[in-house]
Design a protein around this ligand. Structure first.
Ligand code: TA6
Length: 283
């Protein structure tokens, strides 16, 4: 039975080994906390739970486009049945109402499946499902898309994961050494990563990525494994934090986004009837 928090329905999961919270709007995992662990996800202390806007934190689902629609390939823009300038950032899914279509629990894990019908008006060609598996030692998300149209469809997407850190200035992200990335803050110039990713200013980059990524923050580390070839690394730093909704001015020090994407050079083209699954495992 969902609980009501401000304007949103939240599903609370109490398992002997972990707890979690999920907003039905956007199928957005807000909290995941194994017994005895600190929370695995960062959630803004200034989060609002309002219809039509994504809660700041957890894992927002950006679908069927990532970022600004107009910065996406033409093939993504052509399916939006609104006018491009009114298109919301990060797609339609994170403010749509999803339904919980399956919930399974056993002594080890909880499996949830969510689906939404609400997107068909603005994106009539596709359907999406989100599968979440919660375990004491791992969190798995699978964002499944299907092309229900008689024509090829191309999308971009992201599992926009907010992760807590002790102090962003001592954080490193491993697994991207030597990879090229697009610098969204420097006119989308292409650059090459030298060594571990460190943070000393606003950072907003789309990396070519393959293999596990490792976030190191003090004594804590988190490993992210995904099946996509692009990953966004983002921290708003000081100035952007002043302009962000639902965000304490100092919160930039205690969070980082490592986003599992199909974006930019890594969009997904689906033939009629074809399906795709964007997968992320956190351990
Ligand atoms: O993924 C990074 C990013 O695109 C940043 O540029 C920033 O806009 C962030 O997403 C948050 O976007 P939001 O619309 O959730 O405020």
């Amino acid at each position: 039975r969902p609980i009501r928090r401000q304007q949103l329905d939240i599903i609370g999961i109490q398992h002997p080994l972990f707890s979690a919270e999920l907003a039905l709007q956007g199928a957005q995992l807000l909290n995941f906390q194994p017994q005895g662990d600190p929370p695995w996800l960062w959630l803004s202390e200034q989060a609002d739970y309002l219809q039509g806007s994504s809660v700041r934190g957890g894992i927002p689902v950006c679908w069927p486009w990532f970022g600004d629609l107009r910065r996406n390939p033409q093939a993504v823009q052509q399916h939006f049945q609104g006018n491009g300038s009114s298109a919301p950032a990060h797609g339609l899914a994170r403010t749509a109402l999803w339904q919980l279509s399956a919930l399974k629990e056993d002594v080890h894990q909880v499996d949830l499946t969510l689906a939404t019908q609400q997107l068909s008006r603005l994106w009539p060609t596709m359907s999406a499902q989100l599968h979440i598996t919660l375990r004491r030692d791992r969190l798995v998300l699978r964002l499944n898309s299907r092309n229900d149209s008689p024509n090829p469809v191309t999308i971009s997407q992201a599992l926009h994961t907010y992760l807590p850190v002790e102090d962003i200035r001592t954080v490193t992200v491993g697994g991207l050494q030597g990879n090229t990335y697009i610098d969204a803050l420097d006119d989308w110039q292409s650059r090459q990563q030298q060594g571990l990713v460190r943070f000393s200013a606003e950072t907003d980059r789309i990396y070519h990525s393959q293999g596990p990524l490792r976030l190191q923050s003090g004594q804590h580390s988190r490993t992210l494994v995904s099946n996509s070839a692009s990953t966004v690394v983002w921290n708003p730093w000081i100035n952007k934090s002043q302009r962000l909704s639902q965000f304490h001015p100092d919160a930039w020090q205690r969070m980082v986004c490592i986003e599992t994407t199909n974006a930019a050079f890594d969009c997904v083209a689906l033939q009629p009837g074809q399906q795709h699954s964007l997968q992320l495992q956190l351990t």
